[in-house]
Design a protein around this ligand. Structure first.
Ligand SMILES: [Zn+2]
Length: 211
């Protein structure tokens, strides 16, 4: 898969307004079949069990994990996962699941290391987020960063030609999740004005950050 769009504008991403919703157990109904219907994109250091979060069978998921749930770098492994799942398996859903307290986010606030470059976009988003929310406590600011980051990744995934075509042609859905280790549960992020924007009052975003 050829990536055709860069990471979203970080200033716009940091200002995104969205709702933070619970993940209903029937968000993605189980088919009970041995066929992947979900591409799950997660972080390597998150403690989540995908099948428990969605209440589906292991056979229904194709799991792709890396450091930070980063798809927008367009690396061969991530691009292949999208191409394989969308074009060949014709999955019905892609879930990009970030999480609070990610090691990558700590790296992104410190001096460059051997993996500098992998999180370059995240570092830029962190700078925009910090500038936007200078008075917020670090924990809350970092939670907001985790939320806007996963939504930026979702925006990037949706913009890829093969994904955009599947969304238009057969109703592929791309979901933004964040996992909370403390709560042992995921939340779902829905952009204000998006397909489910009217479901709940927006409670996330720079002026309404939820701890
Ligand atoms: Zn992580």
């Amino acid at each position: 898969m050829q990536s055709t769009k860069m990471f979203p504008d970080v200033h716009r991403a940091a200002r995104r307004r969205y709702s933070i919703l619970p993940v209903p157990k029937d968000l993605i109904p189980s088919t009970g079949e041995s066929k992947a219907q979900i591409l799950w994109v997660g972080c390597s250091d998150s403690w989540i069990t995908e099948t428990a979060a969605l209440d589906v069978l292991p056979q229904e998921t194709f799991v792709h994990r890396n450091l930070g749930s980063v798809m927008s770098n367009g690396d061969l492994s991530s691009a292949s996962a999208i191409a394989y799942c969308v074009d060949l398996l014709e999955v019905k859903h892609i879930v990009v699941c970030g999480h609070y307290d990610c090691v990558l986010f700590k790296e992104a606030s410190e001096a460059p290391t051997a993996i500098d470059g992998w999180y370059e976009d995240l570092s830029r988003l962190r700078a925009a987020n910090d500038a936007l929310l200078p008075d917020l406590e670090t924990v809350q600011r970092d939670r907001h960063l985790a939320e806007v980051y996963v939504q930026a990744e979702v925006e990037w995934v949706r913009s890829q030609p093969t994904v955009a075509k599947a969304i238009a042609d057969r109703g592929l859905k791309v979901h933004a999740f964040v996992f909370d280790k403390e709560e042992e549960a995921c939340v779902r992020l829905v952009e204000e004005g998006g397909e489910e924007g009217g479901v709940a009052e927006a409670n996330g975003g720079p002026n309404g950050v939820v701890a």
